[in-house]
Design a protein around this ligand. Structure first.
Ligand code: GLA
Length: 459
């Protein structure tokens, strides 16, 4: 029994004890043996109601936990992480880009609309001085708020003159000269999501050609203020326009999972958001991970599920939470787009986003999204996530979503490992091999909100 389960049992027993104590007091004050029964009616009614409520709560709790309703310890017992193939890749739109999940930086999660070209240039310089490009962080993505409120007299999108006075072409040139790639943002509606900037609905080809002429390498395309036509129509229009430019532009579809994009977006784009906006909040990280997990089978080289950009370094989550966030995004083959201010990044956060061994998991050429394979504990908050890597290796994240340290158990059959398989275990946060080998199962204590990330290699 896990320690969280033990604590829950103690709380439960204590509640039952207090309930019966309260009941005894209620009856003794009624003194129903010496008064006529009718005078005690309110106690009987009260007693009946409270009994019903109390036992339906306890009953549901136990039914859920111990009989039938409990999620099986293995969520995908037939799923073999070593064997399952992703969906038919012929369905995938192929502009040759995003063979591994895109990596880069965007201002949105930290600065939102409070940006200008100086902030962007300084972050590009910081990216370089921190050595991020060598780790694979390539794209510098400008999100919302670069565009002016209206188009120019020829109907072209233009940069906001006060915040981007040198224009977008000059900024793209600067980024390219720094050896990086340049990303821009628009929206499949009449205004971008901030509410007052010009967007691309009805101007797809004109805007795509302009983006190409500026040297844009990545387009994030948002979903606000549109005409109500279906996402797969509006997003296809921009996808086709980008193809017509002849410039390879990575197409990042951002419709927040509203029209189950995994089912159609692989035909048009290189990534598609699967849920709401990332926030620098633990609760949101859990929600985004679960939403993104559903569509695991649809991701692969050329097209990825996107649970949104990283919040690591923005300061409102603990180090353990940021490590979990980064480990899961890497395992799920999510785009790794840093979202903090790189000019003043705390060393502890930098260590997280520069963990090369974990980045290597994300960038593994096999390109199969890791997923949740087991949920444990009374709280169901102790989870095993796993995914196959090239060379028959397996990446593993043991994630404790609960409020106290607990033991997480990994079983070989949850990973599809044959009986008798022996693997080495490398701890990707400690950067060392464990002395023991994995021979069918292992138990590891994981701190609250934290995770362990391992690489298993069959010997
Ligand atoms: C939406 C997107 C975010 C961000 C903002 C910009 O909310 O989901 O990622 O681009 O718009 O306004």
């Amino acid at each position: 029994m896990s320690s969280q389960t033990r604590v829950l049992h103690i709380v439960l027993l204590k509640t039952v004890y207090l309930y019966f104590k309260w009941l005894a007091q209620a009856f003794s004050s009624c003194r129903w043996l010496v008064k006529p029964l009718s005078r005690c009616r309110r106690y009987w009614v009260c007693c009946g109601f409270s009994f019903a409520i109390m036992f339906s709560i306890i009953g549901t709790w136990y039914l859920h936990a111990f009989i039938g309703c409990k999620p099986p310890s293995s969520l995908h017992s037939n799923w073999n992480v070593l064997k399952e193939m992703p969906i038919d890749r012929r369905m995938i739109h192929d502009n040759g880009l995003a063979q591994t999940p895109p990596m880069g930086w965007s201002h949105w999660n930290h600065f939102e609309c409070n940006i200008n070209e100086t902030i962007i240039r300084e972050n590009v310089d910081a990216m370089i001085s921190l050595g991020l490009p060598a780790l694979g962080y390539q794209y510098v993505n400008i999100d919302d708020c670069w565009a002016d409120f209206d188009r120019d007299s020829e109907g072209n999108l233009i940069a906001h003159p006060a915040t981007f006075p040198s224009g977008i072409k000059a900024l793209a040139d600067f980024v390219h000269k720094s050896g990086l790639k340049f990303g821009l943002y628009s929206d499949a509606g009449y205004k971008t999501c901030i509410g007052n900037r010009a967007a691309s609905l009805g101007h797809e080809l004109q805007d795509a050609l302009r983006f190409a002429s500026w040297g844009v390498d990545h387009l994030k395309y948002d979903n606000c203020y549109h005409d109500g036509s279906p996402e797969h129509v509006r997003y296809a229009a921009m996808g086709e326009a980008l193809n017509k430019t002849g410039r390879p532009i990575l197409y990042s579809i951002c419709e927040w999972g509203t029209e189950t994009p995994a089912l159609w977006a692989p035909k048009y784009g290189n990534s598609w958001r699967t849920s709401r906006d990332a926030k620098d909040r633990w609760k949101r990280v859990k929600l985004l991970a679960d939403d993104n997990n559903i569509w695991a089978a649809y991701a692969g080289p050329g097209g990825w599920n996107d649970p949104d950009m990283l919040q690591v370094g923005n300061g409102r989550m603990s180090l353990a939470e940021y490590r979990s966030h980064f480990s899961l995004w890497a395992l799920m083959k999510a785009p790794l787009i840093i979202g903090c201010d790189l000019r003043m990044l705390d060393k502890r956060y930098l260590e997280i986003i520069t963990n090369k061994e974990i980045i290597d998991v994300n960038q593994d050429p096999l390109g199969v999204q890791g997923r949740k394979v087991s949920q444990q504990g009374f709280c169901n908050c102790l989870e095993v996530w796993a995914g196959p890597l090239s060379g028959g290796r397996i990446a593993l994240v043991l994630w404790n979503r609960g409020w106290m340290s607990d033991v997480i158990i990994v079983k070989g059959h949850d990973l599809g490992l044959p009986l008798g398989a022996v693997t080495t275990i490398r701890d990707l946060w400690a950067h060392k091999n464990l002395p023991e080998k994995f021979t069918g199962s292992m138990q590891v204590k994981v701190g609250s909100h934290g995770c362990k990330m391992y690489l298993l290699t069959v010997t």
